[in-house]
Design a protein around this ligand. Sequence first.
Ligand code: GLU
Length: 424
Amino acid sequence: MNPFDQYRRNVARVGDLLNLSQKEADALQTPDRIIEKKLKVTLGGKAQELSAYRVQFSNARGPYKGGIRFHPKADLDEVKALAAMMAIKCAVVDIPMGGGKGGVTFNPKEYSSDEVYTVAREFVREMHEHLGPDIDVPAPDVYTNAQIMGIMLDEYEKIIGKSAPATFTGKPLSLGGTPGRDTATAMGGVFVLEAYLAEKNIEGKGLKVSVHGFGNAGATAAQLLHERGFIIVGIADSKGSVMSEKGIDPNVFIHIKNQKQSIRDMYCQGSVCDESKLQTEGVTLGEADDVLTMECDVLIPAALDGVITKEIAEKIKASVVLELANGPTTTEGDEVLENRGIPVIPDVLANAGGVTVSYFEWIQGKTGRAMKRTETNDLLKEVMSVAWSSVSKAAKEHGVPYRLSSFVLAADRILQAKRDRGVL
Ligand code: GLU
């Protein structure tokens, strides 16, 4: 099932639960605008034309909001689904923003930073009339970062001839970024997990956690949970996994990640691994996906979409799944987890901390009032706790899993905004 079909399937289930009319269901499934451009750039000494997209899904609740990804597999269908999910996400955490997403189809890892920045500038040159603090506010996503937002802001301000920091979020601190935006996705996920555990009367300390993906969200989540006394029993990046029943200190692996090496390089040089070090530390190495099915209490998919397939879902041993990545569970995987009674705290709630702090940064950009990290984190905790309570309450009311209750909550809020505008 392609990502947008997956989204439509969730909307159809919401439609059944809430008795939505065809008009209402259509309103949730039709993007406001799809912008497609070709970016003419020189990469690796060759003139190239890259496909670039911005999908503005819904601005019923506020300006379009969502990241821009640079990825070889980014295509219109994916970007459309992700834009729709941003509208849902912003509504779940009840921030006054709509949903949008952008993508450029290329692999930035194959090119120099300067070449990637040329793509960023070209994206803004082609798309600028559709962007702005009150129109559409992009942020980082897969393979884009604060520096790229800085470059995009610079290009945008050059074109419009004035300062407009609220046009982009997830910016460097020197350009009006908000302290805490870098850790916000993971922090938000941790707050939601804590709220879930508190509701179930489960002590977090001592719970075994396995994290799939060691990029910003995965590595930060591992660090934050380790600090809180959870035991990190498995971590994985694209090259492989490191697992230990006794627990791993994720901080030890951060410098490896910063050097753009793989976490298994802690123990191995190429295919030669230090067996005695592995034994002393009680560590085993494996394929990246081994952490998905290992013995643990909490599984955190924090890398790519579609990793929890039907087959993987059948083997998952965790008691709860916290989706820090966007779309890590396939529809079939989701069905298996539902049947097996393994709760999934869905992406639209679990990773909404990122866009929530983006919202704080947007306010900062509009008002000029700088925020402190502690203030950001306190506010984030409040937003995530309230969102958790609402999602959990809706799940009980309708007798459905958290993904569906999140959709119900969000759909209701988006449709209400449309009704209040008199357009539905
Ligand atoms: N790309 C992130 C997401 O998928 C953040 C979006 C934002 O901050 O606007 O939620």
